[in-house]
Design a protein around this ligand. Structure first.
Ligand SMILES: [Zn+2]
Length: 220
């Protein structure tokens, strides 16, 4: 089933975070992860954090980003792949094989991944293979603002505290030096989108992150 059985489970919430490039996970669900990783609930969530193209400076940024958002648990959570940036459609079968290995190693309660209608070709491959591999799990697709202007109307919101929103935006600028030259990569972009999503869901803390939940089963 696609339901989140957190209350019924005695074990930790198992959270799988998938991003094509370093910075994708942090942009898409960094505020949610900051809150999850710092929640006082026991047992603490167990994370697996996979970046599918992380080489050289971008690998260093990926590790630093995971540490910044997950804290000490990042060291055990992070897995870096080295698929060629921008060419994921041409590497589909090899990436699919890597997904199968991941699925054998980690059984998630919830999966954060790219949105199906994201216009970046690498992002779409990861989204498609997430559904292909983890179809029996709860999948939440995050959004990434970009030049293409592909933001849509998400249908699931996670309110994010103002402090988590500010921390996310500041950390993105601090950690991902390779992206600072992009004119859209700014604290204003990230805070503006979270503020807009917070307004849409009337978040008490004023900010939120939004997701596409294509299938969701609720036990009543
Ligand atoms: Zn990306």
């Amino acid at each position: 089933m696609l339901e989140l059985k957190r209350a019924a489970s005695s074990g930790p919430l198992r959270v799988l975070c998938l991003g094509a490039h370093s910075d994708d996970i942090e942009i898409g669900c960094g505020g949610t992860l900051l809150q999850l990783s710092r929640a006082r609930s026991r047992p603490r969530p167990e994370f697996r954090w996979v970046v599918w193209s992380a080489v050289g400076a971008r690998a260093r940024e990926a590790k630093l980003g995971a540490r910044r958002f997950l804290g000490p648990t990042a060291r055990d959570a992070i897995r870096l792949q080295e698929f060629r940036d921008g060419y994921f459609p041409a590497q589909f079968s090899a990436i699919k094989d890597a997904f199968e290995i991941l699925a054998a190693e980690f059984k998630p309660d919830i999966v954060f991944t790219h949105a199906r209608n994201d216009r970046h070709q690498d992002h779409r491959v990861i989204s498609d293979l997430t559904w292909n591999t983890f179809r029996n799990n709860l999948i939440l697709e995050y959004e990434i603002p970009k030049w293409d202007g592909d933001l849509g109307q998400p249908n699931l919101y996670v309110p994010v505290s103002r402090s988590a929103a500010l921390r996310k935006a500041a950390s993105l600028i601090e950690v991902f030096g390779s992206q600072r030259s992009k004119d859209w990569f700014s604290e204003e972009t990230f805070l503006g989108l979270m503020r807009l999503r917070g307004m849409e869901c009337r978040a008490s803390g004023s900010h939120a992150e939004a997701f596409y939940a294509r299938k969701l089963a609720v036990s009543l």
